[in-house]
Design a protein around this ligand. Structure first.
Ligand code: H15
Length: 256
């Protein structure tokens, strides 16, 4: 089964600490540490709550750079019955991307940085043309990682998507390149833990999810349309994606 195969390849990093470094190692380390430091912090009053539905809260700050909308976005959500590892796995693995993504025309992996430890992939994606301006594409490294916290606690899982250049993905008009720094961080909680950890059922699982997105459209796009799309699409993504993970894992053994 490709599913458990991919999962076990990534989990290898939990056991063995040593990995080959590659041309992106330093950048990845810096960006991941930044996300681990700041993302789970609660929002200040500079953030506006733009969507609240059940456990889901979506915030944004209206920011423009040279007349281009680059609104930072931050979402908190709580998902029942799944682990952080499961959520991050389905977000990272290209096998499932088109099952839950509704804003893409295509996705392609153009490089696996370390084949012995495939925790970093380079994606080239074509985004659906959604507003009256040029179609966007993106090229980014995507990195998945498990971070140990205290002895008692479940580890954190994080996926970061960060724009990069690649010889196999030159910028070609009429496409405009999106610039992004996106992170999904997940924390698993065990509610009413049974005496024997082996007896943990899906109903004992709660996953605290944080999703942070800094996306620069890379060129002019109508501000009002862009903000309306973001306000609609991010909550839609969170609902669809988390429901997808619940559905996929429902009858599967729990992956901690
Ligand atoms: O995070 C999401 N999707 C991943 C996996 O496909 C890619 C994303 C990324 C976006 C842009 C560049 C690089 C990487 O991390 C879910 C994204 C939900 C998108 C909601 C649409 C908002 C539209 C307004 C901003 C323009 C960005 C277009 C996607």
């Amino acid at each position: 089964n490709t599913n458990s195969n991919a999962i076990s390849k990534v989990s290898a990093q939990k056991e063995t600490a040593k990995h080959k470094s590659h041309r992106l190692s330093n950048e990845i380390e810096r960006i991941v540490q930044d996300h681990l430091k700041y993302d789970r912090e609660n929002v200040s009053d500079l953030w506006e709550l733009i969507h609240h539905e059940g456990e889901m809260k979506v915030y944004r700050r209206e920011v423009e750079e040279n007349g281009i909308v680059v609104d930072p976005l931050k979402c908190f959500h709580t998902v029942k019955g799944v682990t952080g590892r499961e959520i991050c796995h389905y977000f990272f693995d290209p096998t499932y991307r088109m099952d839950w993504e509704t804003t893409l025309d295509s996705t392609k992996v153009i490089e696996t940085l370390d084949k012995d430890n495939p925790d970093t992939l380079i994606f080239f994606q074509l985004h659906k043309r959604v507003w009256p301006s040029a179609q966007r594409d993106s090229c980014f490294w995507s990195h998945i990682r498990c971070v140990s916290t205290g002895e008692e606690d479940q580890p954190l899982w994080i996926v970061v998507n960060y724009t990069t250049d690649h010889a196999q993905a030159p910028i070609k008009s009429p496409f405009v390149r999106l610039v992004a720094n996106v992170a999904l961080t997940c924390e698993t909680q065990i509610i009413e833990p049974p005496l024997n950890p082996k007896d943990i059922k899906r109903e004992n699982l709660l996953c605290k999810l944080t999703y942070v997105a800094f996306v620069n459209p890379g060129g002019w796009a109508p501000a009002a349309a862009l903000r309306a799309i973001a306000k609609r699409e991010y909550p839609k993504f969170l609902k669809r994606f988390t429901s997808y993970v619940i559905e996929q894992t429902r009858d599967q053994p729990i992956l901690f």
